[in-house]
Design a protein around this ligand. Structure first.
Ligand SMILES: [Zn+2]
Length: 325
């Protein structure tokens, strides 16, 4: 899938399939319960009568309108009773949308639905990578017992520390719309930073939020291609704009990108615009705070330290345990 036409064609196919499925369900049920077919006919006719009555309001059609609406309600109830007494769900003869918000059109009042934005994002960022990861990496699979409960010199164990981070991540997603926090995950590889990033992404994607998850080096490459390679197929400006506008941007492995003036500029402009737009960002990095200050300009690290809640991951690499258990 390369462009919006392909995506919209996909919606069209979904709608066609919806229609066919509904027609099949109706056909099967109408031959079993002919009364349902009559009800549908009556409902269509009633719909027309009600519109007429509303248009004729001048002729004091209020009473008539009320009668028609009552009749409509009676029919709905009768239909629901037939269905439920025969062990069908009462919405069995309603269309089934993948996205109830836009009814699989991709738009609501000409504004792009979050499901469409998410598809554009997936197109550009090959979110399928994330798709594979999140199958196994989500909050339910998180194992605190992989972390040692031995306290360090400051009296805190890796397990206790992780519990705190885990709880804050849950709070972050559950209260997503009502807060304005950014998260900065710092620590050595193999301590669960990416796991938690994936868990957060999965949770929010399921809520219909637009989420971009990208490893820092790939993110810089994408923007570079977009800026300098105009013929490239990935030249998807809507997708690039989402770096600034999506509900959540997750930059994994900050510091693994090739540090150039260009990469610094990209990171700064993304961070800065998202902060100005009140858009939330999560950054994870293997660098410690000193290394961050050495690797990035002051305007970048001042934003990281000033506008992000920092969580330090420590302890032993848990990847071995995850494979052995
Ligand atoms: Zn939608």
């Amino acid at each position: 899938m390369n462009n919006i036409q392909d995506i919209l064609r996909e919606y069209e196919l979904i709608r066609e399939k919806n229609k066919e499925d509904l027609a099949q369900r109706k056909q099967a049920l109408y031959s079993k319960f002919p009364r349902l077919k009559d009800i549908e006919k009556e409902m269509v006719k009633l719909g027309i009568d009600i519109t007429r009555a509303i248009l004729n309001k001048a002729n004091s059609a209020d009473e008539l309108l009320e009668q028609l609406k009552k009749h409509q309600m009676d029919l709905k109830i009768e239909k629901a009773e037939i269905l439920s007494s025969n062990n069908y769900p009462i919405d069995y003869l309603e269309p089934r949308y993948k996205c109830k918000k836009c009814k699989d059109t991709g738009y609501m009042d000409r504004v792009k639905c979050s499901c469409l934005i998410q598809k554009e994002i997936a197109c550009l960022y090959q979110q399928s990578n994330l798709g594979e990861n999140v199958k196994n990496e989500n909050f339910d699979q998180f194992r605190l017992d992989y972390y040692s409960d031995e306290k360090n010199e400051s009296g805190c164990s890796p397990m206790y520390n992780m519990k705190n981070i885990y709880m804050n991540c849950i709070r972050f997603v559950q209260d997503f719309d009502n807060q304005n926090t950014n998260l900065l995950f710092i620590g050595n590889p193999g301590l669960g930073k990416t796991f938690l990033c994936n868990s957060i992404a999965k949770y929010l994607l399921e809520q219909g939020k637009s989420v971009i998850y990208q490893v820092s080096s790939e993110l810089i490459d994408l923007v570079r291609k977009y800026k300098f390679d105009f013929d490239n197929e990935t030249n998807n400006s809507a997708g690039i704009n989402e770096l600034y506008n999506c509900d959540l941007l997750i930059i994994d492995d900050l510091g693994t990108e090739n540090p150039t003036q260009f990469s610094g500029l990209v990171i700064y402009s993304i961070l800065n615009k998202r902060l100005l737009n009140n858009k939330k960002t999560i950054i994870s990095t293997n660098l410690n705070t000193d290394e961050i200050m050495k690797s990035y300009s002051e305007r970048i690290y001042s934003r990281l330290f000033g506008n992000f809640n920092m969580y330090k991951f420590f302890g032993e690499d848990i990847r071995l345990k995850r494979h052995n258990m």
